[in-house]
Design a protein around this ligand. Structure first.
Ligand SMILES: [Zn+2]
Ligand SMILES: [Zn+2]
Length: 150
């Protein structure tokens, strides 16, 4: 499991450290994880230890960076995995619905990133089935398939 942002210093110290590393690490060529070359790059800290070691840093696209810092996402064998809050399983992101989420940076810049739903597809489907049944029950109806079963 990856820890949350562990940086203990101030925002200025955080920016200064990033600038120092950026000066030494050179220009970004591709995302460290998904290998995208045409994206906007963030300088990401790999271990959340924020050392001055260059091996502790890499350029990532915004989506990968956000996921890297999130405890719900896991990167393994070149693929993203996500934790489903309902079944509590860690599944490959293809088993979730895609959604766009808006991210607002401290600087006020807004950008869209591809995110995935909190529930996996299987849990989402079960959830909507339950809601459907509850809605029918409210108006005194029974779902059709329960008639067929008997
Ligand atoms: Zn990426
Ligand atoms: Zn699930």
């Amino acid at each position: 499991m990856k820890p949350y942002k562990m940086f203990s210093g101030s925002a200025t110290e955080y920016t200064n450290l990033h600038n120092r590393i950026r000066g030494r690490i050179g220009k970004p060529k591709q995302c460290y994880l998904c290998k995208d070359k045409k994206c906007k790059f963030d300088l990401a800290n790999l271990t959340q230890k924020y050392t001055e070691e260059l091996s502790d840093w890499a350029y990532m696209c915004r989506s990968c960076h956000r996921r890297w810092d999130s405890p719900k996402y896991h990167w393994k064998s070149e693929v993203w995995y996500k934790f489903c809050i309902k079944c509590k399983e860690i599944k490959i992101v293809n088993e979730f619905y895609k959604k766009n989420s808006k991210v607002v940076l401290n600087s006020g810049t807004v950008y869209q990133m591809v995110d995935y739903t909190e529930l996996c597809i299987q849990c989402s489907k079960e959830w909507s089935k339950i809601q459907y049944r509850e809605r029918l029950a409210k108006i005194g109806l029974v779902p059709l398939h329960t008639y067929k079963k008997g």
